[in-house]
Design a protein around this ligand. Sequence first.
Ligand code: PLP
Length: 359
Amino acid sequence: RAYNFNAGPAALPLEVLKQAQEEFVDFAGAGMSIMEMSHRSAIYEQVHNDAQALLRELFGIPSNYKVLFLQGGASTQFAMIPMNLLTPDKVAAFVMTGSWADKAIKEAKLFGQTAVAASSAADKFNRIPDLSDLQIPDNAAYLHVTSNETIEGTQYSAFPETGDVTLIADMSSDILSRPVDVSKFGMIYAGAQKNLGPSGVTVVIVREDLIEQSPKSIATMLRYDTHASNNSLYNTPPSFSVYLMGLMLKWVQERGGVAATEQYNRDKTKLIYDTIDQSGGFYRGFADPSSRSLMNITFRIQTEELENQFAKESEQHGFIGLKGHRSVGGLRASTYNAVTLESCKALAEFMQDFQKRNG
Ligand code: PLP
């Protein structure tokens, strides 16, 4: 298999793919694939409820939160959040950390007032801003953070204390990569296609009192209470994606859970960050060391020509997805949960060898 460092959709564990392959044509002896079954059948409902229960257990989700399986990606949440939670007398506050925070702000602006509580724009988004100096308006409906900026490769090492203000996090690119105190958040959401499984399902973890706030005037499908009161079965769910997410969650559980996963991720990324730091300046990490991501390692080489050569040669050696996002350039290795230590070791060795040949 390729050394898959794609940013998303991203690598899935081989064990998960093999199990899905085995069960693909005939699921649980039903004589049909899970994707051919009614979403109202007992077999599918079990798959759906088991995935929910396992996510609750692994991520330590308190009982006063609902776990929703929605569609439309994290991008739809950029709109659903203000539609459901922002009223005309309130302001949606954001920590502006880069490309994804920017998209979330732009979308919220379509629905009401917004404010930037802190920004690292002056540092070209190479770090998470100083959280001790957040300017949260008194009438903030919520503070929105992007826990991991996938494109810039920065990640919060701790989340802000917001007092009475509801904290909402886009965890699309680092959910389940490390333990999180869910009770600090009013809502956490994530597209599944990086750490949770394939694309097609978006996980929303939302505190019950927030669900009750949905105004009655918004479209049925875009209201949290519609999905909460129907166990995310109001309409046809992305059943195959939910099934695969369930397999992925079992895989995380079998490997010791989220804390063990974090340690594995730290071991993996250390190999690559150490290679950057010990390269004498040949490789330059983009993110400030205080804000380095365990999920997306962004780095540069002295010239664009060498970066292009790196991208090309790395592909010839079986490494996929190392070109940086088109908006920022450079190189990026995405090291989500399913990316193996062996892949990271191979990449570190390739980087060292590339430097020897071109340094
Ligand atoms: N937020 C973050 C942090 C992301 O990395 C992404 C996708 O890459 C998104 C949001 C958008 O997710 P989706 O494609 O599921 O809408």
